[in-house]
Write a protein that binds this ligand. Structure first.
Ligand SMILES: *Cc1c(COP(=O)(O)O)cnc(C)c1O
Length: 358
């Protein structure tokens, strides 16, 4: 007998590196290079010491009301959690219970298979088309549920609302989760699955403050769905940990949502840097899909991605590289400030030149 035979054995998700004490250009975890709205710092400073000794509101009512008003839905349609990873994990636990396999794309957010393994949910992947787009027909089958990001990660590709709707419509017998971590960066024509909510009771849309709202450190995520879905999620959450979201995060979230002008200004700035970086990378011989997120997924026509990844790291520029089928010749580069992108582009230009000469 060996106690280790009874351990829940899991292979954990590998988050991007958070180098400490080294001055690096960090383009590896899709964080926002700009500070959050000024009101966020203000709200945090105004918390009185005695408020810290009390448990936070377990329902996060003020934040949920604020998000409900922002999105034009009812408070009972909003669920909050400690980052969208927490929200997604709770949603997997709540909705993926049929014993039938859940479905997600073969190239996608690499936490989905980890949660499926952790919760022992059977799953199958569906191959993206050659151009990395989703074929909605692949999801027209009896299954335990569907989850996918839109825009997708790590490709940055945005699917149309028609494609999303086709998947939801085909699965009335299961929950469909659309992970919209990057939808705020989609720009003109980037339509959210929130527009479908009125028609589908089984649709859950998940969002995060980590990327577009510059609040990765505060861990704020939420989901919007039918009142029924949110009630089921609340029941599971309250069976697990009532006080998931701390007080500062609840306050910070509200302050962020209240400053729409700042939010829009920073989004425009980031999108403009992204589009400029696309043009420059194209000039340097990189190929990529039309990313509608805050990162670029690129491959070079001559130089292997792994080599570039290592050379960049050596130079103190951190990007993400996934040693996985189909995508092992790509780099995922987060969009930083114009200055950070200039440093990256200058390094790449020199590196490519130097390689040609030798
Ligand atoms: C970053 C990311 C998340 C998780 O973000 P949180 O910081 O936990 O809110 C979820 N899904 C995708 C696709 C992401 O890229």
């Amino acid at each position: 007998m060996n106690w280790e035979e009874n351990v829940r054995n899991v292979v954990p998700y590998t988050p991007g590196e958070q180098p400490r004490g080294r001055d690096v250009i960090k383009l590896n975890t899709n964080e926002n290079p700009y500070p959050p709205a000024p009101g966020v710092t203000e709200a945090l400073m105004q918390i009185r010491p005695e408020e810290y000794s009390l448990y936070p509101d377990p329902d996060a009512d003020a934040l949920r009301e604020c998000l409900a008003a922002y999105h034009g839905v009812g408070k009972e349609q909003v669920f909050t959690g400690v980052g969208s990873d927490d929200v997604l994990a709770m949603a997997f636990l709540t909705f993926f219970n049929s014993g039938k396999p859940i479905l997600f794309p073969d190239v996608t957010y690499s936490f989905y298979d980890v949660w499926a393994e952790l919760f022992r949910i059977p799953y199958e992947t569906r191959a993206l088309r050659e151009d990395f787009t989703i074929d909605p027909k692949d999801y027209r089958t009896d299954c335990g549920g569907v989850v996918f990001p839109n825009p997708n990660a790590p490709t940055g590709i945005l699917e149309t609302l028609d494609t999303v709707e086709e998947i939801v419509r085909a699965n009335p017998g299961a929950a469909v989760i659309v992970d919209e971590a990057y939808i705020d960066f989609a720009g003109i024509g980037g339509r959210s699955a929130l527009d479908l909510l009125e028609r589908y009771e089984n649709l859950l849309v998940v969002r995060t403050f980590s990327k577009s709202r510059s609040l990765a450190g505060m861990r704020i995520g939420y989901a919007i769905g039918s009142e029924k879905m949110i009630a089921y999620l609340q029941d599971v959450k309250f069976s697990f940990n009532s006080y998931t979201m701390n007080l500062p995060s609840q306050r910070a979230g509200i302050a962020s949502v209240q400053d729409e002008a700042y939010f829009q200004k920073r989004l425009r700035q980031l999108i403009s840097t992204r589009e400029r970086t696309k043009r420059e990378l194209g000039r340097l011989g990189f190929a990529f899909s039309d990313s509608r997120s805050n990162f670029l997924f690129v491959s070079h026509d001559e130089i292997p991605a792994k080599e570039l990844f290592e050379a960049l790291k050596e130079a103190g520029i951190y990007v993400r590289y996934f040693e996985k089928p189909r995508i092992d010749n790509y780099l995922r580069i987060s969009v930083g400030t114009d200055e950070a992108m200039d440093t990256l582009l200058a390094f790449l230009e020199r590196y490519i030149e130097g390689r040609k000469e030798s």
